[in-house]
Design a protein around this ligand. Structure first.
Ligand SMILES: *[C@@H]1O[C@H](CO)[C@@H](O)[C@H](O)[C@H]1NC(C)=O
Ligand SMILES: *[C@@H]1O[C@H](CO)[C@@H](O)[C@H](O)[C@H]1NC(C)=O
Ligand SMILES: *[C@@H]1O[C@H](CO)[C@@H](O)[C@H](O)[C@H]1NC(C)=O
Ligand SMILES: *[C@@H]1O[C@H](CO)[C@@H](O)[C@H](O)[C@H]1NC(C)=O
Length: 385
């Protein structure tokens, strides 16, 4: 009986091996995640800095049942990635009350651009923690954590093992705030093309620096369909603007696609420059756009409408009454925007960000590899094409 099964297995195996090349390779072992980015993957960084009010409920209501520093009702793509790799959620580097970096660290903060901006919090708009600043934080963590690790003592078990810096998965999701910088704030004497070129040169420099520090495995998300997000949709049109069948603004999505095409070229070039690196580019744009334009097919309603908002417009979005924002009336804090009845059916959480349900849907698509280049599942992201 056992012999029969073995024989059967031997007959099936060669077929399996031919079907898909990566099946011949073992799944990767990533003992840590180091993440760089903006609010799409901020697990509490900006909230911890004190540059803004701490994130309040109803943020966190679906999954953490408390505010978690994330601008969402629950988990983000980075959280699903950590779960899938069997790792703890990646803690924000800037969170002084957390600080367990034994399996990685998260340098992403909400409103982070690739290129540093002149207008930064608390007086201006953007996060001062641009991609270059996040790189320097990472390099500092690497040096200091290794010293702490070697010295031993109480903090040793909260530091990554020295070899993890090479074995880790480096995840990057950034660019959305550079697009808004171009569209909403950039000086008119810089063309979008020019800005994006400089930004992607910076992006490449940062990847090369991580590589020089020992990083090898990179999972890079491209930017989503900006023109489908309520915080963009409420802006007055800049000319005779067109919308697609769903109501997304074509002009804004075209800029996101332009960024993504240039990101793709940048990564193709990086594969030549960094021969020992495995760089996976994930087309998050297509996954998100498919969800938004086929929302009802997947059980979602009103794909452009914000779940947690308070706007007397069709998007339910109001930039001065944001999700979790409060106003003090007679010494009592009053929430300016409440959550919708069923966040499971919403795609957009609060204007710029997605709900946990949408993030889960996107993760289930992108983690299998059909939106990735090379087309490996997430757990094979250590392999080159
Ligand atoms: C910031 O200000 C400097 C000096 O005024 C200027 O050269 C630069 O282009 C500005 N950068 C941005 C992103 O606006
Ligand atoms: C840090 O996290 C690791 C892995 O989850 C755990 O084993 C360790 O006990 C934690 N250390 C502290 C001090 O919480
Ligand atoms: C990047 O460009 C190549 C063609 O040069 C294409 O095959 C691939 O799908 C693109 N990847 C993404 C994620 O857009
Ligand atoms: C936005 O909220 C403010 C109160 O914070 C209110 O005065 C204003 O009318 C609202 N605007 C829209 C478009 O809903």
């Amino acid at each position: 009986m056992i012999l029969h099964r073995v024989l059967l297995l031997l007959q099936i195996l060669p077929g399996l091996l031919i079907v898909s090349a990566y099946n011949t390779k073992l799944p990767c072992h990533f003992p840590a995640i180091f993440n760089f980015g903006d609010s799409n993957s901020d697990t509490g960084g900006l909230s911890a800095t004190g540059l803004v009010d701490p994130v309040r409920l109803p943020n966190g209501e679906t999954f953490f049942k408390a505010p978690s520093g994330r601008y969402a009702d629950g988990r983000l793509l980075i959280d699903f990635i950590a779960e899938k790799l069997g790792l703890p959620y990646v803690e924000a580097y800037l969170d002084a009350l957390g600080g367990n970096f034994s399996h990685g660290a998260n340098f992403a903060t909400t409103l982070s651009p690739i290129l540093e901006q002149n207008s930064t919090l608390p007086l201006g708009f953007y996060s001062p923690f641009s991609l270059a600043v996040q790189l320097h934080q990472y390099l500092q963590l690497k040096i200091r954590s290794q010293l702490i690790y070697q010295q031993g003592g109480i903090k040793k078990c909260m530091m990554p093992r020295p070899e993890y810096f090479t074995e880790a998965l480096y995840t990057i999701d950034i660019g959305q705030n550079d697009l808004t910088a171009i569209l909403f704030t950039s000086s008119p004497n810089t063309s979008p093309e020019n800005y994006l070129q400089v930004a992607l040169q910076r992006f490449a420099t940062v990847i090369k620096e991580i590589y020089r520090a020992g990083g090898r495995y990179f999972l890079i998300h491209n930017t989503g369909p900006l023109g489908c997000l309520a915080y963009v949709l409420v802006r007055p049109p800049v000319g005779p603007e067109q919308t697609d069948e769903t109501g997304c603004r074509i002009f804004y999505n075209a800029l996101a696609k332009k960024f993504n095409a240039m990101l793709n070229e940048t990564i193709t070039k990086l594969r030549e420059d960094l021969p020992a690196a495995a760089l996976t580019l994930v087309d998050v744009y297509s996954a998100k756009y498919h969800l938004i334009t086929h929302a009802s097919k997947y059980g979602f309603e009103h794909p452009l409408e914000v779940c947690c908002g308070n706007g007397d417009n069709k998007y339910n979005y109001n930039a001065t009454a944001r999700c979790g924002q409060t106003k003090t009336v007679d010494g009592v804090d009053i929430l300016l925007a409440k959550s919708c009845k069923d966040p499971q059916k919403s795609i957009n959480w609060d204007g710029p960000h997605y709900t946990e349900a949408a993030n889960k849907w996107v993760f289930d698509r992108i983690s299998k590899g059909q939106f990735s280049d090379p087309p490996h599942p997430l757990v094979h992201a250590c392999h080159q094409s």
